[in-house]
Design a protein around this ligand. Structure first.
Ligand SMILES: Nc1nc2c(c(=O)[nH]1)N[C@H]1C(S)=C(S)[C@@H](COP(=O)(O)OP(=O)(O)OC[C@H]3O[C@@H](n4cnc5c(=O)[nH]c(N)nc54)[C@H](O)[C@@H]3O)O[C@H]1N2
Ligand SMILES: Nc1nc2c(c(=O)[nH]1)N[C@H]1C(S)=C(S)[C@@H](COP(=O)(O)OP(=O)(O)OC[C@H]3O[C@@H](n4cnc5c(=O)[nH]c(N)nc54)[C@H](O)[C@@H]3O)O[C@H]1N2
Ligand code: SF4
Ligand SMILES: [Mo]
Length: 682
């Protein structure tokens, strides 16, 4: 790269912070947060220490690798493209488009969201899987079925903010797609205005020290808390009568559903005292402007969709939907979807008719049972399915059933190790990319630029898919061939171009936030109302009103004598999912995965702070470093998720988790609650 000062974006997590980098002699001489970028206003998290190491790491993949009986062999790009096209074409000829599936990861940046989507379209296939059943999509499914979309919390106008299963101090995640003015300041700003910020979380997370109240709940029991709140609100006439009578269907059925959950019975299940439940319900209903931020802490349970429905119901009953200081549908920068084939044609989708994707759990069962509908070839892009899904051993066995597995990544991951073909990608600091944001101010798009030359022969995914598509179907049109042409194509509906972004860095779209849009347009549901009772859910074989189910699918009560502890997981601030654990700039203070444990449990098991502990479940074992925490619940340990790649030597959390049960609507498995036992390492 040419020396100079560049405004760009950090591509490591969904927050996509603005950065300003000074490059001298090809090296990073200085890095600052971009004070004009609305998402971070100059803030940067500790992970940016790794930006340059991502490019320089000796672990980087540098050439295409083909699996042979003697291990991986380096091959040329031409040979790699020919091999991919030959294998994919053979699968398509033999099994048709359902033989192919794309596996994507968390869309931390839009290259991750879009890579290989157009190749799928050229192949005639729309099948997609990935992290969607563990992350956000089950929550979005609950919102979609009740109110026809996913609104975002209006933090800056709320008097009361409930952070429900969310830990922004570690994750910088506030809501799902919105950029809030200076992500790290949002909750402090609210508290300085006099708003109260309340966390509902089984753990005393990093976020709690800057909050007004912590409600420690038993894992996976949130629907019971929400229904008890609903019962109290209904019984005491605290609901928003106009909204309920004019804009909802199914109020009586929901009230009936909540009836069994008295504050006392809910206290037994949730671990929250009855008075605290009543007080929370009272304050939430009576507060002029109250909001809820749903976090990933509600995902990865067998009851996620129904649980989140009870939370959406609370927002609806109290008139918070699309209301100032509640949760609001925001304008979004219009973009082009790359694969517009009909999702109804997705292989295996019939098993989860309300879900946007094929949940990984459904795909895994299909592969392991040789289901005739199971795909035979998989393209993995910017994802690490081998260790992000419950029960890694069974996941790996399922991936090995594929006739062809192609992975593009920047490092040799647990998934890439299983591949027939590994393609070295440029990293987000070595290419152009863009991000579109919604905000309560305006929608905007911003540009991410290459700061460093990519190592070896690494290419952008858009070059890779262009070359493969050309070989599979030379006559198919392919409207983009590299990062810049992709940006122009995808952003064309917004009239934002690469050149505009290059010149201005941030391009705003003037679309004001409008509250109460449902009053004129209705909700995007079949009845045009908020559906507290859903005929669509019923037709698909689910309960039309949200019900309480065991979050662990019954597994948390099995073998309690042999496995006396409950185990849950944490997402530490130092890393992002399964990435970055091989980079010494971040592992110095975090050399191995941690275990949060109470003093009592530590004492009973002869465990000291920072000692290494062996954790075992019926599925596997791993080593974690004890961190004895005040106010950790007795009987519950929390382990770091994210280690387990061949480059990091850390324990894979998902070796411990169980995939025998899953959410019948969203496909998530109980990765956040299961049984285990511990012993000090001899
Ligand atoms: N037990 C348990 N399991 C979980 C979770 C949990 O908390 N606990 N969290 C869940 C959640 S919320 C999510 S979103 C998923 C995450 O699931 P994934 O998104 O599949 O996991 P990541 O670790 O983000 O994997 C991203 C991969 O992309 C690679 N990569 C990075 N940059 C680039 C690039 O520029 N190009 C390409 N081609 N590759 C790149 C990284 O090296 C990494 O291998 O995991 C889920 N699984
Ligand atoms: N540093 C860092 N940042 C990240 C990521 C990362 O891996 N590392 N991952 C990114 C991704 S993909 C995502 S999805 C987001 C996730 O970011 P968040 O939405 O903040 O989610 P988590 O940090 O996974 O979990 C939030 C909290 O939920 C709690 N929780 C667990 N179970 C329950 C429950 O049953 N009920 C309730 N009420 N709370 C529960 C956990 O203890 C945790 O403190 O972060 C993103 N940002
Ligand atoms: S990793 Fe840190 S600096 Fe980068 S986008 Fe996420 S929060 Fe921002
Ligand atoms: Mo996620």
């Amino acid at each position: 790269m040419k020396d100079g000062v560049y405004r760009s974006l950090c591509g490591m997590c969904h927050n996509s912070c603005g950065i300003i980098a000074r490059i001298e002699s090809g090296k990073l001489a200085e890095l600052k947060g971009d004070p004009e970028h609305p998402a971070n206003r100059g803030y940067l998290c500790s992970k940016v220490a790794a930006i340059e190491e991502i490019t320089r790491s000796p672990d980087r993949l540098q050439t295409p690798l083909k699996k042979t009986s003697a291990g991986f062999r380096e091959i040329s790009w031409d040979a790699a493209f020919d091999f991919a096209a030959e294998k994919l074409s053979a699968v398509l000829r033999k099994y048709g488009p359902k033989g192919l599936i794309r596996c994507g990861g968390a869309p931390v940046n839009y290259e991750a969201r879009d890579g290989f989507q157009y190749l799928m379209k050229v192949c005639g296939s729309v099948s997609g899987t990935g992290s969607s059943s563990s992350c956000m999509v089950p929550r979005a499914t609950a919102f979609n079925f009740m109110i026809g979309g996913k609104p975002e919390p209006d933090f800056d106008n709320a008097d009361m903010i409930i952070m429900w299963g969310s830990n922004p101090a570690a994750t910088n995640r506030l809501g799902n797609y919105c950029a809030y003015d200076g992500v790290n300041k949002v909750l402090d700003r609210a508290r300085n205005r006099g708003a109260s910020v309340i966390f509902i979380d089984p753990l005393r997370s990093e976020s709690i020290k800057n909050s007004d109240e912590w409600i420690p709940i038993n894992n996976g029991t949130d629907s019971v808390l929400a229904l008890a709140m609903i019962r109290h609100i209904v019984e005491n006439g605290l609901y928003h009568k106009d909204f309920v009578s004019t804009y909802t269907v199914g109020f009586e059925k929901l009230a009936e559903q909540a009836q069994p959950y008295s504050p006392e019975s809910a206290a037994d299940i949730t671990g929250i005292p009855a008075e605290a439940i009543i007080s929370l319900a009272d304050r939430f209903a009576k507060s002029p402007r109250a909001t809820i931020c749903d976090g990933n802490g509600l995902d990865m349970y067998c009851n996620t969709v129904y649980t989140v429905q009870t939370i959406v119901a609370l927002l609806g009953l109290t008139g918070r939907i699309d209301a100032e200081g509640g949760v609001v549908f925001l304008p979004f920068v219009p973009q082009r979807a790359l694969n517009d084939l009909n999702p109804a044609d997705m292989a295996l989708r019939y098993k989860f008719p309300l879900f946007r994707d094929v949940p990984f759990s459904a795909l895994k069962e299909a592969l392991l049972s040789n289901d005739p509908d199971s795909p035979k070839a998989m393209i993995v892009h910017h994802a690490n399915p081998a260790i992000i899904n419950a029960n890694s051993a069974r996941t790996k066995a399922a991936l090995e059933k594929l006739e062809f597995l192609m992975v593009d990544d920047i490092f040799m991951t647990a998934t890439a190790q299983l591949a027939d073909l590994v393609l070295p990608s440029v990293s987000s600091f070595e290419r152009y990319c863009y991000k579109a944001y919604s905000s309560f101010d305006r929608g905007f798009a911003a540009l991410s630029r290459p700061l460093f030359d990519a190592p070896g022969q690494a290419k952008t995914v858009f070059e890779m898919e262009y070359e493969i598509a050309k070989r599979i179907n030379p006559s198919a049109s392919h409207p983009f061939w590299d990062d810049k042409s992709w940006i122009n194509f995808v952003l064309s509906p917004s009239h934002i171009t690469f050149d505009m972004l290059d010149e201005q860095q941030i391009v705003y779209i003037d679309k004001p936030v409008v509250y109460h849009k449902y009053k004129s347009a209705g909700f995007a549901t079949p009845s045009k109302k908020m559906e507290l009772y859903s005929e669509r859910m019923k037709k698909s074989g689910y309960s039309p009103v949200p019900i309480v189910c065991d979050a662990s699918g019954g597994t948390q009560n099995e073998n309690a004598e042999e496995y006396p502890l409950l185990v849950t997981n944490r997402r530490p601030g130092a890393f992002v999912q399964t990435t970055l654990h091989n980079l010494s700039s971040l592992t110095g203070n975090n050399p191995m995965p941690e275990m949060w444990i109470s003093k009592q449990d530590a004492d009973e098991n002869g465990i000291f702070n920072k000692s290494v502990v062996i954790v075992e479940t019926k599925n596997g074992r791993g080593e974690f470093m004890a961190n004895i925490r005040p106010e950790q619940k007795k009987g519950l340990i929390a382990l770091d998720f994210g280690w387990g790649n061949p480059t990091d030597n850390g324990a894979d959390f998902n070796m411990l988790t169980d995939d025998s049960v899953y959410d019948p609507i969203g496909g998530g498995s109980p990765q956040r609650i299961f049984r285990g036992r511990i012993a000090a390492r001899p």
